[in-house]
Design a protein around this ligand. Sequence first.
Ligand code: BES
Ligand code: MN
Ligand code: ZN
Length: 499
Amino acid sequence: MSYRVLNSISVKNLSGRELAKDKSSLLVILVDKTAKKNNLLVHLDKVSKGGLFGSINSLMKSKAKSLNLHSVAGVSSKEILLMKTPEKSDTYVWLNFFKSISKVANSLGKQDISVMFACKTLKNRDDNWMIEACCRQIEASAYIFGSSKNKTVVKPSLKRASIIVGSVSASSLKKLKNSAKVGFAAGEGMNAAKHLGDMPANLCTPRIIEKKVKALKKPFPKLKISSFNEKDLAKLKMGSFLSVGRGSDEPSRMMTIEHKGGKKGEKPIVLVGKGITFDTGGISLKPSPAMDEMKWDMCGAASVFGVMIALARLNAKVNVIGLLACAENMPSAHATKPGDVVTSMSGQTIEILNTDAEGRLVLCDALTYVKRYKPAHVIDIATLTGACVVALGNFATGLMANDQKLADKLLQAGENSGDRAWQLPLWDEYKACTKTNFADLANIGGAGAGTVTAACFLSKFTEDYSWAHLDIAGTAWVKGNEKGGTGRPVPLLLDHILS
Ligand code: BES
Ligand code: MN
Ligand code: ZN
């Protein structure tokens, strides 16, 4: 199964005459005050006998955001859509603007579009950034969830996009083409993550995720896939991981995906994703309102899945290992109870005071397991705490790390990609909160700083390597009308890995 929505996104280097003959069903021109200086447009304006610049003038004067032009004289494209670029130079505004390109193309029922920039780049961004971001957003926003039977879902029409550039040198064209490729792959990775997240929990159990991971072998035979069932996890002495799935009829699974595109012997970056396919809270049962949202509690694992797909698609010259730690958290007669004590793979015992703090219980054993890879560094990604949503809302991913250099790199990757994170402290003072007199650790801290204390718990398992933790509880999906997975933080992770 492919998670790509479009068949292709490419870059075409055209002259004005070639552009006039370009036969896409929709030519999207992104315009601002500088548009009339664009050489390609000067030519189109000439063949349209001034019609094009006349239309651009009236769009720029009006309050409208876009203008449709049908059968422009001398232009082969059936339709031209002039879209006014945002006046603000904020990345998020532009990313939303790029998103609207697919939305418009789909609403017009277009199969292939050509997109050209007749505008300034954002402040501090170059053409490569513009093209990568645009391609990523075009692919990501063409995604529509259509897996469960649903008559209201209309399939997206858009299948091909070309980015038109004019008179660039061979070497810059090569770079622009690569940016488009990276953006397209990032969009595909985001769509893969969204798809897994949006799947209802009854159709996305740990075993179903396992199947989907194994199925990656077909399009990407170079990936090395391993999977571990409950017996295997027991052999590894993952008593903490296994305690989470106790109450469920669905057995837990752990999967690893290895992408070895880098030099032999180069230490890998390891990504560890929380994959709770449904989080009822267990015996510490959650309240019912909005509990359906806990189907997205596997979005950390889904983002790892998405990143691995993008890396494989790009044949990226890096060594990266992804791990998905999957379980379903249910109450039952077999379920773990508050006060139960389990022994983690690290040997540290854990008193489970709240069965709803289950993410850290699967992660701690996974984080112990990945030591064997002698990682360059480890990043875990988890919808870990409601407190993170309280602290940061839906725009910033929470970042905590035991290595400030790594933290700084991830913050920068967030800025570069527009998929931003914000750092919270992981100070020693907070670490006492995981103390209990019945085990080495308790799985919950005190009343305050729930996001930090969750990370403090994890930090007891990551002392041997450089490590960062991304709490994506507020960023992995959105509520409301457009309820659904966001594909975050795939862009942040990819930017970090590829830079
Ligand atoms: N998956 C939840 C965190 C969550 C809650 C994410 C709401 C997004 C929205 C996690 O397993 C959880 O339940 N955490 C508890 C921890 C608490 C018991 C210490 C929480 O945040 O309430
Ligand atoms: Mn929970
Ligand atoms: Zn959870």
